[in-house]
Ligand binder design. Structure first.
Ligand code: T46
Length: 132
């Protein structure tokens, strides 16, 4: 599956931690958009879509969550639970995000502005686009 974990350096000192992410360096794309998911209600599962072209890096900058990833051939579940760890997603991968801790802040860096036409929100349609 075309997923990769990214590791960010802790540039902290005795005052605490600091991580810096530069587009084209710590993440393999130019960053065009940042959004974050927080205050997630209990037992919520969200996502349920794939992207056609978007590249993203997902980072639990606080707390933790789990992500189901499905490339049409295999399904894997991964955990995000460390602000120094990112999940890089590129290409047709169905994703569902769940098990949010109450303090979870999931930050997402993306290489493009929001574009609804890049989303596949229907699983059958996703499967037929993967087969093409
Ligand atoms: C993804 C996962 C990890 C915007 O207006 N601008 C934006 O940049 C985004 C991301 C969303 N929106 C609007 C669209 C919806 O009306 O915010 C609302 C909630 O978005 P959505 O239902 O797509 O949220 P999730 O959690 O299902 O998915 C989001 C991202 O959309 C998606 O790209 O990979 O987080």
């Amino acid at each position: 599956m075309n997923i990769r974990f990214l590791e960010f350096e802790d540039k902290g000192d005795e005052r605490g931690s600091l991580a810096a992410i530069n587009g084209g360096k710590e993440v393999p794309f130019a960053i065009e958009r940042v959004y974050y998911i927080f205050n997630t209600a209990k037992n919520v599962r969200r996502g349920y879509h794939a992207h056609r072209a978007l590249k993203q890096a997902l980072i639990a900058v606080s707390g933790s969550c789990r992500i189901l990833l499905d490339d049409g051939k295999e399904r894997v579940e991964v955990a995000l639970d460390n602000p120094l760890k990112g999940l890089y997603l590129d290409g047709l991968i169905w994703r569902e995000i769940f098990d949010f801790s109450s303090d979870c802040v999931l930050a997402v860096l993306a290489n493009a502005h929001y574009d609804e036409s890049d989303y596949i929100r229907d699983y059958q349609k996703f499967q037929s686009e993967v087969k093409r």
